[in-house]
Ligand binder design. Structure first.
Ligand SMILES: [Zn+2]
Length: 169
């Protein structure tokens, strides 16, 4: 791992899924194909999404099915990071932060921009920027409230993007 990507703050994958699930399904998971609530959990996908089996239409689906998160190689927390940062950060910088291919990040950014016009189930940026997703990500390390993950993220950004002059406030 190189130094630049080592201190990038990513939320926990589990919290991202929780948040996504809540935004998509609310309290009750319903089938994305037929709308039935006769749905049972059936393991997880390779990306750690919860997989479900619909007893009515006898089809599998998972947390990411039919969302823009479904077709990418990125991990969910990386996609949350991109959605959160893309409004204030250059795509090239995000790609460096994540140590990911610039083209791949750019593709995803374009898709988010395209999708945000016609997503009506939930507001993408709201989901990805939800405080509880980010705040709890510090829990596996220190429980130091003076230096929250969010603050660290901001500090890092101040330090690294001083060449950019977006200081309107
Ligand atoms: Zn179904």
């Amino acid at each position: 791992m190189d130094e630049e990507s080592a201190d990038v703050f990513l939320p926990s994958r589990e919290r991202c899924f929780e948040r996504l699930r809540l935004a998509r399904f609310g309290e009750t998971v319903t089938c994305v194909h037929c709308g039935s609530d006769e749905v049972v959990k059936r393991g997880t996908t390779g990306k750690d999404a919860q997989q479900y089996w619909c007893k009515d239409c006898e089809t599998y689906f998972n947390d990411l099915t039919d969302t823009i998160f479904g077709q990418h190689r990125f991990e969910l927390e990386e996609m949350f990071y991109i959605v959160k940062e893309m409004r204030s950060e250059l795509t090239a910088q995000i790609a460096r932060d994540l140590d990911r291919d610039y083209e791949a990040v750019l593709d995803f950014v374009h898709e988010v921009q395209k999708a945000s016009g016609d997503i009506d189930e939930f507001e993408l940026s709201e989901v990805c920027e939800a405080d509880e997703v980010y705040v709890t990500a510090g829990e596996k390390g220190l429980e130091d409230e003076d230096e929250s993950p969010r603050e660290r993220g901001l500090k890092k950004r101040d330090a690294e993007t001083s060449r950019e002059t977006n200081h309107q406030s």
